[in-house]
Design a protein around this ligand. Structure first.
Ligand code: CP
Ligand code: NVA
Length: 310
């Protein structure tokens, strides 16, 4: 039976496991196609994507621009100062204006409500390129990377160490729930996910403040302790989260000589992760970053190109 299509990519809670797997398989097809033939079919010829940013970016901006180009389409960057989403103009008005010009909107915002408003008021697909609540493009990429490296993900376990309440941790749990990957959140009190997020993820999630939670896991994952927009809390966060650094000793504490290390990047090296681990043999940080391109091409092919999920 065909997998139902979806119209926006705002949050993984809105996607079924079948739709998520459909995206993973499409990402693999597009990645393989480019590797084998040197290029993708121009399935987005004549299509355009606006990249709307309220926050800085390297990976998200460049991977979406290049992803559109690989598929024959066109993308352009709109800076925070230019658009003034929510200050110069409301998300509702921005969405209605852009919908007359482009075939899709990718937005990186502070308030998650802004991406939902863009989708509600516009008439073109909207992709969440990170909000304070979630980072679904990252999590799709992370699972795609884990699937590539580990193969079957059923009964594998990933430990997310650090700020377990942030956008990356939230989306990682949601994504894990789609593929049967078990999650351990290892975070201090005050930085643990809410019961509502754990419940919504549908994943097998355990939450602890004890670093022994990393024992036996297949993957260690971390992200910055101070996310964009939380800069005023930096000192307080450093003090509470510093015992949760991923270093050689935490890697050894997994007891798994084949354990892998992931990080969505950018990293604050020397804070949440040490150089020796980030650059060591367990690290898959850069293949993970590169996969943003392939995972997002699947989202674009489906939303803007109508490529069915199979
Ligand atoms: N991981 C990620 O989203 O990176 P950027 O902030 O550089 O886009
Ligand atoms: N949690 C980080 C992720 C950056 C890609 C942030 O929101 O700043």
């Amino acid at each position: 039976m065909a997998i139902p299509a979806f119209n926006h990519f705002l949050d993984l809670a809105e996607l079924s496991s079948d739709q998520f797997w459909g995206l993973l398989r499409l990402a693999k097809r597009l990645k393989d196609e480019r590797r084998e033939k040197g290029a993708n079919e121009p399935i987005l010829a004549g299509k355009s994507l606006a990249l709307l940013f309220q926050k800085p970016s390297l990976r998200t901006r460049v991977s979406f621009e290049m992803g559109m180009q690989h598929l024959g389409g066109y993308a352009f960057y709109l800076s925070p100062a230019e658009v003034g989403l929510g200050s110069r103009e409301s998300a509702a008005d921005v969405a209605r204006v852009l919908s007359g010009y482009v075939d899709g909107i990718m937005a990186r915002v502070f308030a998650h409500q802004d991406v939902t408003d863009l989708a509600a008021w516009g008439s073109v697909p909207v992709i969440n390129g990170l909000s304070d609540f979630s980072h679904p493009c990252q999590a799709l990429t992370d699972i795609f990377t884990a699937w590539e490296v580990l193969g079957d993900l059923e009964d594998r376990t990933i430990a997310y160490v650090g700020d377990g309440a942030n956008n990356v941790a939230t989306s990682l749990m949601m994504a894990a729930g789609k593929v049967g990957l078990n999650v351990r959140i290892v975070s201090p009190a005050g930085y643990m996910p809410t019961a509502a997020v754990v419940e919504a993820s549908g994943a097998e999630v355990s939450v602890t403040d004890d670093l022994d939670g990393v024992q036996g896991v297949d993957i260690l994952y971390t992200d910055v302790w101070t996310s964009m927009g939380q800069e005023a809390e930096r000192e307080e966060r450093l003090a509470v989260l510093s015992p949760y650094q991923i270093n050689q000793s935490v890697l050894e504490r997994t007891g798994n000589a084949r354990a892998l290390v992931m990080h969505c990047l950018p990293a604050h090296r020397g804070e949440e992760i040490t150089d020796d681990v980030a650059d060591g043999s367990a690290s898959i940080l850069f293949p993970q970053a590169h996969n943003r391109l392939h995972a997002q091409k699947a989202i674009l092919a489906h939303l803007l190109g109508g490529v069915p999920l199979i």
